[in-house]
Design a protein around this ligand. Structure first.
Ligand code: TPP
Ligand code: MG
Length: 671
């Protein structure tokens, strides 16, 4: 690469872009770790994008109508940190650049949205960012339709690398974006032909341009170091009514001896290499030193956005007070006032009707009262709408011809759906939920983990939650999933026992602003266990006494979801034999763990025999079976030890020994 020619042709652009390259070299050298090559390769694209096109206000990183910039290729974090620092984000002074990757710094190894307002989404797991970006673009379309172009009208810009495009989740997202004609989504592909193991061609010969075209995208290929070509491509992308992909041919670790090699992907820390590279750049400044004129060029980019922000504020003030309040409430993730009373009357009615209902159906009934009052919800399913019961009667389908629709047909793309929901949630102003079969949590897991890590209140409607789904057999029967989800930090896992608990789970999930919720719902009908109306949300405590012992209490049965009914029946058997049994319903272990010790001990006092019942593996129950002092109580578990089988549900429960009789026997064997 003839660096001298690049410098000569666009001297001002070159110096502006070199600030990203040299800050990257210096920060990676100081940390003695990181990834130098990507920011060095994509600095020209970033400079043109932020210099002329992206609208953002460094002094108001949370401005609702800012353009969203998503660094899908998260290992190139120094590109983002450099831009945030150079344009004047208060949270990224030079100190933060110098503390790259250190304990307590905001400039983590990969961009973490929780640490830094200018980071729109946490990236690092390749492919997630580009899939998130589809959610951002969908959210923008929806909110534009809802509030008008004067209030919501922004772009979603993405940088994705070879790795992002090789990951399968990218295809799920790309296909959805193309079908949805998300014209304000513009992806820059860092087409450098290099990954960690060497050339891309050792593992992939896909024609990426054709792949995007096949999914309905507008595609261009350019020299990613030519500022004029970059600018023209962005203009063309904006003008097209499809999502755009701009393949930018770049040189990884541009201008260094590691250029165009896999070595250039990682940390370039050798002092001579850095000195030689800076010399090639014509950069005669010390480490971390940015000349005033270059810094000022970058700051002016932010000032352009500040002006746009001020104009936006004037337009926002022209909205009716009601609209303003609604907008602000939704972005603050507060529930509408009417929600609590709607849930209360729904619960009352459910108790009065006392019907046996599958909790997936209970969920649909609850959504029927929630969605009309909480108009920021966005529903969806991965092609299982009729099974997940996720579409309430009032919801229209979102599509290119109906941006007011609030229901998304995600297609058979569980991972993509979860990642897109993260994007919708991160955008703000909307509350996404989506469904699939619980066994396919595994497919969605990569993005679900990030909902938890990023504190996003996405709601996962996971139906067909056990062997209780019956004949579809072991591929479809989750066994280990409840324990796996409960092991994930910062996640609520609800497994409601009937219609009342399902409504309570929804109320909590939607009133929670800082973590995802998983609703594990049954395919089969469940008899109501909440037979008395209580206005209080009992599920809020995670576990509560559902039935008190009639005789002197000698055993405590704990259960969730479909097995609560079994525990209640087992209690009846035992009480008839003079054995006092308390039944504790456990709709959410995480909420129970969050209660104070006094409450936990009241619900689960030491002494009585404990037996837990759940049509899944035992693992997550051990904490409750062991007791507060961590000492083994006389405890037992009735549940699954391996995979399920294909047969009618009643047969499976009998064959796997998850019955009231088996529970009663287990208790007696422990007494
Ligand atoms: C899901 C996932 N798998 C693997 C990795 C480890 N990893 C980090 S970067 C990378 C190679 C990425 O190549 P590319 O996107 O071309 O980036 P470049 O080398 O061009 O900077 C890999 C495998 C990861 N971060 N995420
Ligand atoms: Mg690459």
């Amino acid at each position: 690469m003839d660096i001298a020619a690049l410098r000569e042709k666009h001297p001002e652009h070159w110096r502006t872009a070199a600030a990203i390259r040299t800050l990257t070299l210096d920060a990676v050298a100081a940390a003695n770790s990181g990834h130098s090559g990507m920011p060095m390769g994509m600095a020209d694209v970033a400079t043109v994008l932020f210099g002329k096109h992206a609208t953002f206000d460094p002094k108001a990183p949370d401005w609702a109508d800012r353009d969203r910039f998503i660094l899908s290729v998260g290992h190139g974090s120094m590109l983002l940190y450099s831009v945030l620092h150079l344009t004047g984000y208060d949270e990224v002074p030079l100190e933060e650049i110098k503390n790259f990757r250190q304990w307590g710094s905001k400039t983590a190894g990969h961009p973490e949205s929780e640490y830094l307002a200018g980071v729109e989404t946490t990236t690092g797991p390749l492919g997630q960012g580009i899939a998130n970006s589809v959610g951002f673009a969908i959210a923008e379309e929806m909110l534009r339709a809802k509030y008008g172009r004067k209030i919501v009208d922004h772009y979603t810009w993405v940088m994705a690398g070879d790795g992002c495009l090789m990951e399968g989740v990218s295809q799920e997202a790309i296909a959805l974006a193309g079908m949805q004609k998300l014209s304000k989504l513009i992806v820059f592909f860092d087409d450098n032909g290099i990954t960690i193991d060497g050339k891309v061609s050792i593992a992939d010969v896909t024609d990426q341009a054709k792949r995007f075209e096949a999914s309905g995208w507008h595609v261009q290929s350019i020299d990613g170091h030519d500022p004029e070509a970059i600018d023209a491509a962005i203009e063309a992308a904006k003008a097209d009514d499809r999502p755009s992909m701009i393949a930018c041919k770049t040189h990884i670790a541009l201008g260094s001896s590691a250029q165009d090699t896999a070595k250039g992907h990682g940390a370039l820390t050798d002092a001579k290499l850095i000195a030689d590279t800076k010399a090639a750049y014509g950069w005669e400044h010390g480490p971390f030193e940015i000349p005033a004129d270059v810094k000022s060029t970058w700051e002016k980019m932010g000032e352009r956005g500040a002006k746009a922000h001020a104009e936006w504020k004037e337009r926002f003030a022209e909205l009716s007070e009601r609209k303003q309040a609604e907008f602000e409430r939704a972005f603050a993730r507060e529930t509408p006032k009417a929600l609590a009373s709607k849930i209360r009357s729904f619960k009352k009615q459910a108790v009065e009707e006392a019907k046996s209902v599958a909790t997936r159906k209970s969920s649909e009934m609850a959504l029927g009262v929630i969605n009309p009052v909480m108009t920021e919800t966005v529903g969806g399913s991965a092609d299982l709408t009729g099974s997940n019961n996720t579409k309430s009667g009032d919801m229209e389908v979102f599509g290119p011809d109906n941006r007011k629709g609030r229901y998304i047909h995600y297609g058979i793309r569980e991972h993509g759906m979860a990642a897109v929901m993260n994007g919708i949630s991160l955008h703000g102003g909307l509350r996404p939920y989506g469904g699939t079969f619980m066994a396919f949590t595994d497919y969605a897991r990569g993005a679900m983990r990030l909902s938890s890590l990023m504190h996003q209140p996405v709601v996962y409607v996971m139906t067909h939650d056990s062997i209780g789904l019956g004949e579809d057999g072991p591929t479809h029967q989750p066994v280990e999933h409840l324990s796996m989800l409960r092991a994930t930090p910062n996640t609520y896992v609800f497994r409601p026992a009937d219609t009342v608990e399902t409504a309570e789970a929804w109320e909590i999930a939607l009133s929670t602003a800082d973590r995802p919720s998983v609703l594990a719902l049954s395919r089969q009908n469940l008899a109501p266990v909440r037979t008395e109306h209580k206005t209080k949300n009992l599920s809020q405590q995670g576990a509560y006494v559902l039935r008190e012992a009639g005789e002197k209490r000698r055993a405590i049965l704990m259960a969730s979801g479909s097995e609560v009914e079994i525990a209640v029946k087992a209690r009846e058997i035992l009480e008839a034999e003079g054995i006092g049994v308390r039944v504790v319903s456990v709709p959410c272990m995480e909420l129970f763990a969050a209660q104070d010790e006094a409450y936990r001990k009241r619900v689960l006092p030491a002494g009585p025999v404990r037996v837990a019942v759940e049509a899944g593996v035992r693992q997550s129950w051990d904490r409750l079976l062991l007791g507060e002092r961590g000492r083994e109580q006389k405890a037992g578990f009735v549940g699954m030890e391996g995979f399920g089988a294909s047969a009618p549900a009643e047969t499976l429960y009998k064959e796997f020994g998850i019955t009231a009789e088996a529970v009663a026997e287990k208790v007696k064997s422990l007494l």
